[in-house]
Each structure stands twice: as structure tokens, then as C-alpha cells.
Ligand binder design. Structure first.
Ligand code: ATP
Length: 367
């Protein structure tokens, strides 16, 4: 394995930022650290790089404990969000910078820079200065510079945060291709769940300085370990129901009480894809009005408004939508195929709650 974090904590003065995090990154893996602002992702990345020291715990790179190894001896390539290219150096000199420090021979430097220019699609730009490059090109130069000395690990902190949506997409594709070609162990920080899902082999999801879950994009989407993950990865409808006469109710919607007594509450969560919609008003149990359709590409998101005013979100393909002859304002019937009974503790993992929170999430059957 390439990297291992064992029970890492970090306090800035008295303020805790990261609590007892443990995970491993395999050789050649592309891992995303995903989470909202302030959840501790950057702090973890900086500790792996050696830019911050953990208050507690151990970090291993290729089996070697590196807590006391300074940044320049960890053989790590680092790319920050804001390019951080040397403004007074052209592309060639920027990429060659680390190699000169390592006292590579000029011919070897020349060869390595040419390799990288071609690998990152920067041919012909060697003599340009950073201000003569587009945002996407600048970021690729930063990646080339980080890769130049053949690092064991590449760390990227919000690498595509500062560029517009189209270039971000292009850079994501570059990163995937590059990783495929070089197979260098890569960890990148993002707060964009779509980016994490699209680019990485595995995602470590952070919440309030703790690891909420770690798994492949598919695992964290299909089997979120807790409500925070379920809501952070993709869209989820969450309903707070009250039990009366043995049934959990919210407005028109009814679910089994799941062991709760009358007067108690039940929290239910379901994905938009679990809502089946029909234009035949008698087909399904509930009625609603199609309040708004969001066109997201081949998938559409539908907002359904029940007569009580409750709004739930559904999802379908463009094809299904046209087959059903739907449009905003239409009456529809719907049912919920699958849902989860969520723990009552709340959507976030408060600091005192351990990651074992996940056992309280169980998959319910449809009604
Ligand atoms: P963002 O996406 O906004 O960068 P993040 O998930 O990367 O967020 P961190 O930057 O790791 O979060 O910050 C985690 C917590 O540690 C935050 O509460 C932050 O304010 C705090 N923190 C980070 N760096 C320092 C520092 N140098 N001194 C004091 N507190 C810090």
C-alpha cells in the first residue's frame, strides 16, 4: 500500500480540526477527499504532504513512518488551487524547477520536460509565461511541474476550483487520462461531489473533521453509511413523519411505523430515482402536480407538489418523460419504491458520535 493514516488528529492551538482519521490509499489509486468547507480535507492533505504535523497519530508512505520526515524528503508532488506558478519563469522553467533543485543534468531535464509537455498537451507552449496561458493550461503546467521529479504520490488541493465549468470538465478528463497513463498514487481534495464521483476510484467523505465514509463512488451512492453521506452524495428526499394509530405520516404520505409508538417520530429518506411517476392518475397511490422540471442532460429532475403543499423530488430519463407526455403543471400519480429509515440523531455527525452511526441506517421495503 502506498499511504496509511493511523488515527490522525490535528488541533490548531486548542481548536480541533481533524479527529482520529484512519485510512489507506493503495498504490496507483486515485482517491478523492470530499466534504463541505471546513470539514478537514485540506488539513489531512497537508499532513500527508508534510506541510502540517499531526497532533496525534502516524502517517506512513510506502511502509515508512514519515511523521518526522520534512516535506522536501517525502517525494510528493503538490498542486494548489491557485496555480502557484512562478510568474517570472516560462513554462519550461516552471516545469524544470524541481529537477534543477534536485541537480538533474541539463539533458535529462530537457528530456523530462519534453515528455511532460507532450503528456499534458502543452506542446508549443514551452516559452510562454504564465500570464500568456489560459486557466486550464496554467493548471496543467502546475500538474506537469509537480510530476516532473517522478513523485511517489501526487496531491492536488481543489485543483480545478479556480477555472470555469467547461475547463473544469476538460481538466477532469485530463486527470483521469494522466492517471491511467502514469498510474501514480493520487489524492485530490474537492467539495464537488460530482467531480469526486466522476474522477476517483474511491472517495473519503469528511464531515466535521471526521471520516464519514470511504468507498467507491458506487458504494457511497448506493450504500451510504449515514444520512450525512446520503444527502451529500446525490439528492435525497428526507421526511420527518409522526406516528399515529400505528402509521408514520407526513401530509398525504404514509409509511410503516418501524417500531415507533404513537406520538414518536420516524425519519425516512429516499432517492429521487425511487419515486415512480405515472401520467395515469389511478396507477399509483399518491397524487401530485408536476411543479417544475429541471433538464440536467439525459436525466431530468422533477419537483412534485402534493395537494398539502409538500414537495418531493423524482428523477427520470428524457425518454420516460416524453413517453409519459409530461409537462409542468400536469397532474400525476406516484409511489415510493424504496426508502431508508434514518436515525433520528440528525443529518450531521456531531463530534461525539462515532462512525458506527452507520448501523442505525437500514434499508426499508417499499410500501
Ligand atoms: P475548505 O474546502 O474550505 O478548504 P477543508 O475541508 O479543506 O475546507 P480545512 O481547511 O482542513 O477544511 O479546515 C478544517 C478546520 O481547521 C476548519 O475549521 C479551519 O478553520 C481550521 N483550520 C485550518 N487551517 C487552520 C490554521 N492554520 N489555523 C487554525 N485553524 C485552521
Amino acid at each position: 500500500m502506498s499511504i496509511e493514516l493511523r488515527n490522525i488528529s490535528k488541533k490548531f492551538g486548542e481548536v480541533p480540526a481533524v479527529y482520529g482519521i484512519s485510512f489507506t490509499v493503495q498504490d496507483g489509486e486515485l482517491m478523492a477527499l470530499l466534504g463541505p468547507s471546513g470539514s478537514g480535507k485540506t488539513t489531512v492533505l497537508r499532513m500527508i504532504a508534510g506541510l502540517e504535523l499531526p497532533t496525534d497519530g502516524d502517517i506512513f508512505i510506502r511502509g515508512q513512518r514519515v511523521n518526522d520526515v520534512p516535506v522536501q524528503h517525502r517525494n510528493i508532488g503538490f498542486v494548489f488551487q491557485n496555480y502557484a506558478l512562478f510568474k517570472s519563469m516560462n513554462v519550461l522553467k516552471n516545469i524544470a524547477f524541481g529537477l534543477k533543485i534536485k541537480k538533474w543534468k541539463p539533458a535529462a531535464i530537457q528530456q523530462r520536460v519534453e515528455e511532460l509537455l507532450s503528456l499534458l498537451g502543452l506542446e508549443g507552449l514551452a516559452n510562454r509565461y504564465p500570464h500568456q496561458l489560459s486557466g486550464g493550461q496554467r493548471q496543467r503546467v502546475a500538474i506537469a511541474r509537480a510530476l516532473a521529479p517522478n513523485p511517489t504520490v501526487l496531491l492536488l488541493d481543489e485543483p480545478f476550483g479556480a477555472v470555469d465549468a467547461k475547463i473544469r470538465q476538460e481538466l477532469r478528463e485530463w486527470l483521469v487520462r494522466l492517471h491511467h497513463d502514469l498510474n501514480v498514487t493520487t489524492i485530490f481534495v474537492t467539495h464537488d461531489q460530482e467531480e469526486a464521483m466522476e474522477v476517483s476510484n474511491r472517495i473519503a467523505i469528511f464531515s466535521q473533521g471526521r471520516l464519514a465514509q470511504i468507498g467507491s463512488p458506487r458504494e457511497v451512492y448506493d450504500r451510504p453509511g449515514n444520512e450525512f453521506v446520503a444527502r451529500f452524495i446525490g439528492v435525497m428526499n428526507v421526511l420527518e413523519l409522526a406516528v399515529s394509530n400505528g402509521v408514520a405520516r407526513l401530509a398525504e404520505l404514509e409509511f410503516p411505523a418501524h417500531g415507533q409508538a404513537d406520538g414518536q417520530g420516524v425519519r425516512i429518506g429516499f432517492r429521487p430515482y425511487a419515486v415512480q411517476v405515472s401520467s395515469d392518475l389511478t396507477q399509483y397511490r399518491y397524487r401530485a402536480m408536476l411543479r417544475h422540471t429541471y433538464f440536467l442532460g439525459i436525466l431530468l429532475r422533477l419537483e412534485l407538489e402534493l395537494p398539502s403543499g409538500l414537495v418531493i423530488r423524482a428523477r427520470m430519463t428524457k425518454e420516460e418523460y416524453s413517453l409519459l407526455g409530461l409537462e409542468d403543471g400536469r397532474e400525476v400519480s406516484f409511489q415510493i419504491r424504496q426508502y431508508r429509515v434514518l436515525s433520528k440523531e440528525g443529518s450531521d455527525l456531531p463530534p461525539e458520535v462515532a462512525v458506527t452511526y452507520d448501523v442505525s441506517v437500514s434499508l426499508g421495503e417499499g410500501i
